[in-house]
Design a protein around this ligand. Structure first.
Ligand SMILES: *Cc1c(COP(=O)(O)O)cnc(C)c1O
Length: 820
C-alpha cells in the first residue's frame, strides 16, 4: 500500500497545505457515498458539470475524514471543520492527476495502456488471467478508464507488482494527452476503432489521431493491421524508436494468422518470428478472436513463449461485461446487452446473435442516444444493418425508433412507445425457439424485459451483497482507533460466503491480514491470486513446508509446533519468517500458558529464522454479559503475558485479542490489531442496526399442491393435515444446509411478504411449506433468510448460533455476488 504524507501530496500537486504536514494518507476518495471512509483517506473535491465534491466535505468530516484537497473559494464553512487538513489547489482534477503522475514515475516496470472503442476491459482481464502466477499484475479495477478512473488505477501501483495494465478511454477531444501524461505507457494497444461516442468527433480519423496521442512515448504499439485506417494513421505519426507490433492475415504482420478453423472453439494457426504454432481460443465470435489476438500479441511482447501462451489461452474464461446470455422461455435464447447502445456495439451484438444456432432471430431495440447523427440517418443505418444481418423480426421501443418505423423493410416489425407499453401488450407465446437480442439504452430498463423472457430456473441461490460487506467493514473501521490494524476472518469459506470473491474485495479494500483455518484454504487463496498476508489459525505441522512455499503465516500454539516450524524454516532457508504466537488465557483450546513462557521466550530469542509478527489470544465469551468479569480477566492476563514476551524480544510486535463482539464491547482492549469475523458478514452481538445484511438465501416454488383433510405431507407422515391446506414445494433440503430441526413448523420461510411454516419433515433436497391463504404460484420466489427472517431468527428457532446457520449452507448452493 502506498502511503504519502500531506507534505508529499502538497509537493506533488503544487497545492498549499493548511494543517498537519505529517498526516499520512493511503486511500484516495472522490466519492462521498458508501459508508465510513477508511482510515488514512484523502478526499479530492472534484468539480464536474453536474456535481461539486465540495458539497460533501462537511458530511465526510462528520464521518471522521480529516484530509481534503479542495479549491479554497469553493469551500463551505471552514470554521465548522476545526480539525481538517486542507491542500488548496486551483483545480482538484488536475491535482488528482498530478499526484497520479508523480506516483507512476516511482516505478520502472512496464506499463501497458489499452485504448480503442471495444474490448479494452476484456483484453486487460484476459492478459492478467494468462499471466496469473507468472507476473504480479496491477490493473484498472473494472473499467476505470476516465480522467478520474485512470488516476485511481495508477494509485494501485506498488513495488510488489511487475507489470501494470490500464485502460484509457476518452469521450471528448483533447482528453488523451492528459491520460498519456499520467500513464506514460511503455506498451500501447489499440483494440479497434468504432462509432462509440461519435457525437463529439468530426470524423473517425480525428478520433483516431486523438487516441494515438496515448502512444507518444511508447516503445511498442500493438494493433490489428487489417484495420486499414488504424494502420495508415499509425504510420503517419512519428514512430522513430517505436516497434510496431501488428497482427493480421497479411504477410507483413508481425504476428500472422495463417489459418482459422471455427467450431464451438476457434483453432488459430499463427506465425511469429519464423515460428509456427497453434492456439485454441475457447470462443467462436469475431470480437473474442480479436480480443484474444491482442492478448496474445501483448504476451509475446512481454516475452512469454508460444508454448506457454498456447497452454494458457484455451483456459480463458469470459469476462462478465454487461452482456449476458441466458436460457429463455419456450426454447429460446436471450442475449441482453445493456452495455452500450450505439451502432458499433449493436454490430458486435448482432454478430453474436448470428452465431446462435437458431434459424429465427429477433432484435428488441430501444432508441439510441448520443449517436451524433440525425434520427432519420441513424435509423436508416440501423435498418440497413438489420437487413444485412438477416434479422427476422424487430421490436422497436421508444418514440424515436417508432417514428422511423418505415425505414425497416422486409422484416417483421412492431413498435412500442415505452418498455411498459411493451410489457403490457406482449404474449409469451410470441417468443419460441429463437435467439432474441435485447439492446437497450440504460434508461429503458431492458432488464425488466429480460426477466420476463428468461426461463424460470428453479434453483436455490445464496446472494452475497459485497457492498453490504464493505459497509460492515467500514463500520468496524470507524469504531476502532485509526491506527488499529484489522484481520478479516475468511475461514470456513468466509463463513459460508465464498472464498476468492470475498478475499479479493477485502484485499482491494486493504485490510491488513486475512485469516483462514487451514493451510489448504490459504493455498486456495494464493492460487487464485490473493497476495496480501494470510494467517493460518489451525496450522498443523504436516503442512508447514507447504505454508512456507505459499508464503502463509502460521499461528504457533505449542512447543511442538514451534520446533517443527523452525525445522521447516531451516529446510526452506528462510530467515525472519513471520509467525503469530497464540496464548491461552482461558478459552482452553489452543495456545501457550504462563508456565510455557520461559521456554518459548528462550527459543524465540535464539532463533533468527522466525520473527514474531503478532501475539494473540481469543476470548471465550466476549458476547455474554454474565461472563464480563471473566473476559476482563482474560484481557488482563493477556496484557501481562504478552508484554513479558515483547519486553524480552525487544522488537515491535502486534498484540490482539478482540473478535467481532469484543470490538463492540471491549474497546479498551484493542491493543494493536483486531480480528473481525461474523460482524463483517452482518451479524452483531450488540447492535445489528449498524450493520447491513450480506447474505440472502433464496429459492423458488416448484410446485403448489392442494392437500385434502386427513392426508399427510412428507416423510414419516409427520405433516398431518386436519383440514384442507395448500402447500408449496421448495427445492432446498438438509443437504443444502437447511437444518432438519426446522421441520414441522419450527422454521418459517418468507413468501409474498408472509412467513409460511415448514410443514412435515425437511427432505434431503426439498421441503414443503404451508401457504394456505397466501396468494402464490409456481415460480414465485421465497426467502429462507435475509432481511426477514434473519439468520439470527433461524438460529434462535433451533437453539443454535448464527455462525452455524451461515457456515452450514453447502457448497452446492450457488453463490451469486452483487456489487454496484
Ligand atoms: C473465528 C475467530 C475470530 C472471529 O470471531 P467472530 O466472533 O466471528 O468475530 C477471531 N479470532 C479467532 C482466533 C477465531 O478463530
Amino acid at each position: 500500500m502506498s502511503t504519502y504524507t500531506l507534505k508529499d501530496i502538497a509537493l506533488a500537486t503544487g497545492g498549499k497545505l493548511v494543517g498537519d504536514a505529517n498526516a499520512a494518507v493511503s486511500h484516495l476518495l472522490i466519492d462521498s457515498r458508501g459508508g465510513i471512509p477508511p482510515k488514512m483517506s484523502i478526499f479530492f473535491a472534484i468539480q464536474g458539470a453536474h456535481h461539486d465534491g465540495h458539497k460533501f466535505i462537511e458530511e465526510l468530516y462528520h464521518k471522521g475524514l480529516r484530509n481534503f484537497v479542495a479549491v479554497q473559494s469553493a469551500l463551505p464553512n471552514v470554521k465548522a471543520l476545526p480539525e481538517a487538513n486542507f491542500i488548496f489547489v486551483d483545480d482538484t482534477l488536475d491535482a488528482l492527476q498530478s499526484l497520479a503522475t508523480f506516483h507512476r514515475r516511482r516505478f520502472s516496470y512496464p506499463v501497458v495502456a489499452i485504448t480503442g472503442s471495444n474490448g479494452k476491459t476484456i483484453v486487460k482481464e484476459w492478459a492478467s488471467q494468462m499471466m496469473h502466477g507468472e507476473k504480479k499484475v496491477v490493473r484498472s479495477p473494472r473499467s476505470y478508464n476516465s480522467q478520474v478512473g485512470v488516476p485511481l488505477s495508477i494509485w494501485l501501483m506498488g513495488p510488489e507488482n511487475d507489470v501494470a495494465i490500464f485502460e484509457a478511454g476518452i469521450s471528448k477531444p483533447s482528453e488523451m494527452h492528459r491520460l498519456e501524461r499520467m500513464l506514460l505507457p511503455d506498451i500501447g494497444i489499440i483494440t479497434n476503432i468504432g462509432a462509440a461516442h461519435q457525437e463529439n468527433f468530426n470524423t473517425v480519423k480525428d478520433k483516431l489521431q486523438e487516441k494515438l496521442e496515448l502512444f507518444r512515448h511508447c516503445s511498442v504499439i500493438i494493433y490489428q493491421q487489417d484495420q486499414k485506417i488504424v494502420d495508415e494513421e499509425i504510420r503517419n505519426i512519428p514512430t522513430k524508436g517505436k516497434q510496431l507490433f501488428t497482427w493480421g492475415t497479411s504477410e507483413t504482420a508481425t504476428l500472422r494468422i495463417l489459418s482459422q478453423e471455427e467450431g464451438l472453439q476457434t483453432k488459430l494457426t499463427l506465425l511469429f518470428a519464423a515460428e509456427q504454432f497453434d492456439v485454441v481460443v475457447p470462443f467462436a465470435d469475431d470480437a473474442s478472436i480479436e480480443n484474444a489476438m491482442h492478448t496474445i500479441s501483448l504476451m509475446l511482447v512481454l516475452g512469454f513463449t508460444a508454448d506457454f501462451i498456447a497452454e494458457r489461452i484455451h483456459k480463458l474464461i469470459p469476462v462478465a461485461m454487461r452482456l449476458e446470455q441466458k436460457e429463455g422461455i419456450n426454447g429460446s435464447t436471450i442475449i441482453n446487452d445493456s452495455y452500450n447502445s450505439d451502432i458499433s456495439s449493436l454490430t458486435i451484438a448482432l454478430n453474436l446473435l448470428n452465431n446462435q444456432k437458431f434459424d429465427k432471430r429477433t432484435l428488441i431495440l430501444s432508441d439510441i442516444f448520443q449517436s451524433g447523427k440525425r434520427n432519420e440517418e441513424l435509423y436508416a443505418e440501423v435498418a440497413a444493418l438489420v437487413k444485412e444481418k438477416r434479422i427476422n423480426r424487430i421490436i422497436g421501443i421508444g418514440s424515436a425508433i417508432s417514428a422511423n418505423a418505415d425505414k425497416f423493410e422486409e422484416v417483421e416489425k412492431r413498435f412500442y412507445s415505452s418498455t411498459d407499453d411493451f410489457l403490457h401488450s406482449y404474449h409469451k407465446e410470441d417468443f419460441a425457439n429463437e435467439a432474441i437480442l435485447l439492446k437497450g439504452s440504460r434508461s429503458f430498463q431492458f432488464e425488466r424485459i429480460s426477466r420476463q423472457l428468461e426461463r424460470q430456473i428453479h434453483q436455490t441461490v445464496l446472494e452475497i451483497n459485497l457492498n453490504a460487506l464493505i459497509h460492515n467493514l467500514n463500520h468496524f473501521r470507524s469504531v476502532v482507533k485509526p491506527t488499529t490494524k484489522m484481520v478479516a476472518m475468511v475461514k470456513a469459506f468466509s463463513y459460508g460466503s465464498g472464498f476468492y470473491e470475498i478475499a479479493s474485495i477485502l484485499q482491494y479494500h486493504r485490510v491488513d491480514y486475512l485469516a483462514v483455518a487451514f493451510a489448504d484454504e490459504g493455498v486456495e487463496l494464493r492460487e487464485a491470486g490473493i497476495t496480501m498476508p494470510i494467517i493460518v489459525l489451525n496450522a498443523e505441522p504436516g503442512s508447514f513446508d507447504l505454508m512456507i512455499n505459499y508464503n502463509l503465516e502460521p499461528e504457533i500454539y505449542s512447543h511442538t509446533a514451534l520446533r517443527r516450524f523452525s525445522e521447516s524454516a531451516i529446510k526452506a532457508g528462510v530467515t525472519d519468517y513471520p509467525i503469530h504466537v497464540k496464548l491461552d488465557t482461558g478459552m482452553h483450546r489452543l495456545g501457550f500458558i504462563e508456565m510455557d513462557l520461559p521456554l518459548l521466550i528462550a527459543h524465540l530469542k535464539s532463533d533468527e529464522r522466525l520473527k514474531v509478527s503478532s501475539i494473540f489470544s481469543h476470548l471465550a465469551a466476549s458476547d455474554e454479559l454474565v461472563h464480563d468479569d471473566f473476559t476482563k480477566g482474560q484481557i488482563d492476563l493477556f496484557a501481562r503475558l504478552s508484554s513479558r514476551i515483547t519486553d524480552e524480544l525487544g522488537y515491535a510486535i502486534n498484540r490482539h485479542i478482540l473478535n467481532s463482539a469484543g470490538i463492540e464491547r471491549f474497546p479498551e482492549a484493542e491493543f494493536d490489531m483486531v480480528r473481525l469475523g461474523i460482524g463483517l458478514y452482518g451479524i452483531s452481538a450488540v447492535d445489528t442496526s449498524k450493520l447491513e445484511v450480506v447474505s440472502t438465501l433464496r429459492s423458488t416454488i416448484v410446485q403448489i399442491k392442494d392437500i385434502p383433510a386427513n392426508e399427510s405431507v412428507g416423510y414419516g407422515r409427520k405433516g398431518w393435515v386436519n383440514e384442507p391446506k395448500r402447500t408449496a414445494t421448495i427445492p432446498i433440503g438438509y443437504a443444502d444446509g437447511l437444518n432438519r430441526k426446522l421441520s414441522n413448523g419450527v422454521g418459517k420461510i418468507l413468501v409474498k411478504g408472509q412467513l409460511a411454516p415448514i410443514i412435515g419433515n425437511i427432505c434431503m433436497d426439498t421441503c414443503m411449506i404451508d401457504v394456505t391463504g397466501i396468494d402464490v404460484k409456481e415460480g414465485d420466489e421465497v426467502t429462507i433468510f435475509g432481511q426477514n427472517p434473519t439468520i439470527t431468527d433461524i438460529a434462535s428457532w433451533i437453539g443454535t448460533i448464527p455462525y452455524e446457520i451461515l457456515t452450514s449452507i453447502s457448497r452446492r448452493v450457488k453463490r451469486i455476488y452483487i456489487q454496484e
